[in-house]
Design a protein around this ligand. Structure first.
Ligand code: LHQ
Length: 264
């Protein structure tokens, strides 16, 4: 068994990074966000890497924050701050995804939820297996979409559709995600790995200068305030985290029941 948090492989200028906690649908622990950040920075700085694929091992892409670890972190430190947790982990990853001037493709091999979906949306392009599913999930635990999700979702899907997905946390399939502009391409599940590699190889073969400057131009034109927004998003999440719905939502998830949220 491979116990590394992130698996890496290189082929034809493409670096593939695989989230590796398949028994928990690749839910993020602190160790895993730290490893992903390091792996992305390494791929960004490696001159032999011309495109990056991000995928998950097993049947899921990523189920977002590991909620059991989250409870442990809160218990371990009374001064635990969700905003700091976000800034050190998901926000640093989202910024690295945007600032790396190489194409980054998320290959959605299964469910993408919570911060896992936010980070997939912060990649440049998304290719999905036809049986993949997407769900925000945050509202089910009393939170707002974080890790840049509150920015990327309206940017890609439009304001009203984004709000609907964020509020309801409805699970959508790959075909609906494609219709909403959340994924670029849907392929049969059995061929996803091959298709993602071919897609990334094609991008890796383009003019690196044109690719880099186009990404910089799009970042500056469409999301010049992304870094500042990530900070504000983290502060909003801190507000939500001090209210009882988060505790109830997380407890309900762990106890596999429906949450009973506060009604004012
Ligand atoms: C999990 C998880 C998970 C732990 C599946 N944690 N075990 C930032 C800062 C701080 C705090 C909070 O959050 C954030 C950002 C976020 O990402 S918030 C959103 C966190 N994620 C979620 O709320 C999603 C929770 N998971 C689900 O709703 C479902 O598991 C999905 C829809 C992802 C998949 O459903 P199924 O396909 O039915 O699979 P499952 O529920 O049976 O999960 C398989 C296993 O994975 C199961 O473990 P078990 O030991 O019972 O087999 C789950 O407990 C575990 N798992 N997600 N986030």
């Amino acid at each position: 068994m491979n116990d590394r948090a992130i698996l890496t492989s290189d082929r034809a200028g493409v670096r593939t990074l695989s989230l590796n906690r398949p028994d928990k649908l690749n839910a993020f622990t602190q160790a895993q966000t730290a490893a992903l950040l390091a792996a992305l920075r390494d791929a960004r700085d490696d001159r032999a890497v011309h495109a990056i694929v991000l995928r998950g091992e097993g049947r899921g892409f990523c189920a977002g924050q590991d909620l059991e670890e989250f409870v442990e972190l809160q218990h371990a430190s009374p001064s635990f701050s969700i905003a700091d947790h976000l800034r050190r982990g998901y926000n640093a990853i989202a910024l690295t995804l945007r600032e790396t001037e190489k194409p980054i493709v998320a290959a959605l091999n299964g469910i993408a939820a919570g911060a896992g979906l936010s980070l997939a949306l912060a990649c440049d392009l998304r290719i999905a297996a036809d049986d993949a599913q997407l769900t925000l999930g945050f509202s089910k635990i009393g939170l707002i979409p974080d890790g840049g999700g509150s920015f990327m979702l309206p940017l890609l899907a439009g304001f009203g559709r984004a709000l609907e997905l964020a509020w309801t946390s409805d699970r959508i399939d790959a075909a609906d995600a494609h219709r909403l502009g959340l994924v670029n391409k849907v392929v049969p599940a059995a061929t996803l790995a091959v298709e993602a590699q071919a897609y990334a190889e094609r991008l890796a073969g383009l003019s690196p200068v044109a690719v880099a400057l186009t990404k910089r131009a799009f970042n500056r034109a469409a999301m010049p305030a992304f870094a500042a927004w990530l900070d504000e998003e983290a502060e909003l999440q801190e507000v939500a985290a001090h209210l009882p719905d988060l505790r109830e939502g997380v407890r309900a998830f762990i106890e596999k029941r429906r949450p009973a949220f506060t009604r004012a």
